[in-house]
Design a protein around this ligand. Structure first.
Ligand SMILES: [Zn+2]
Length: 222
């Protein structure tokens, strides 16, 4: 059965009376009615007297607690500046909140577990990627210093982390990709490229300046 939703106003009116107990509902107190200018009840005379106010902010808890409550009283207050009513929480049965909290926490546990699984899977994928890419680099640059191929592959793995289909299919590592990775590696490890920044020379010029020596090293690694 769908939950019956009902508006509850923190009234902005000076003179309101409860239709049942006839008491005055002071400005800023809860008035239970379809509209603020309709006949209505004070909170104690309304079916929400025994309900609990759930403050706004937690979307999942709001939705789930409403689902488990027989009635849901949406508490509205008048925002003078914006000239409209805004939500200030909802009155639902206390047991509905307990039930909703249970559901939310079990959902959180499932999600956390899924995140761990995804991270583990990613780690395995990364290892395979580094191994395979390293091998491809070694095949193309057989004179590359020992273990450098995996250094280069690791960097490439970090750089392209999360990008599309980072599977370790051999066909993925075309020679252009290998060249670019090796070139970047040599630039950062075998030249003074990084040290030359911030000394008034443009990046493009520094690169052009180092091009010859990088190409010589690349050739010697082939
Ligand atoms: Zn009343």
């Amino acid at each position: 059965m769908a939950t019956i939703s009902q508006n509850i106003y923190l009234t902005k009116r000076e003179k309101l009376h409860c239709q049942k107990c006839k008491k005055v509902i002071p400005k800023g107190k809860a008035f239970v009615a379809e509209k603020e200018d309709y006949n209505g009840l004070c909170l104690s005379c309304s079916p929400f007297a025994s309900y609990t106010l759930l403050p706004p902010g937690n979307v999942a808890l709001t939705r789930r607690s409403k689902k488990h409550s027989k009635l849901c009283g949406v508490l509205l207050f008048w925002n003078q500046r914006r000239r409209r009513y805004e939500r200030k929480g909802q009155y639902v049965e206390a047991k509905a909140i307990v039930q909703a909290e249970k559901e939310c926490s079990s959902y959180e546990v499932i999600r956390a577990n899924n995140n761990v699984k995804a991270a583990e899977k990613r780690l395995v994928q990364d290892k395979v990627y580094i191994q395979e890419f390293g091998k491809a680099i070694r095949a193309y640059y057989p004179n590359c210093p020992a273990k450098r191929e995996f250094e280069i592959a690791t960097h490439s793995c970090e750089k392209y982390s999360g990008r599309v289909g980072r599977t370790a299919a051999a066909k993925q590592f075309d020679t252009n990709m290998i060249d670019l990775a090796v070139e970047a590696h040599i630039r950062h490890t075998e030249t003074n490229y990084d040290a030359r920044f911030g000394k008034g020379m443009r990046k493009r010029l520094i690169r052009a300046d180092l091009k010859g020596s990088i190409e010589r090293i690349m050739l010697s690694w082939k």
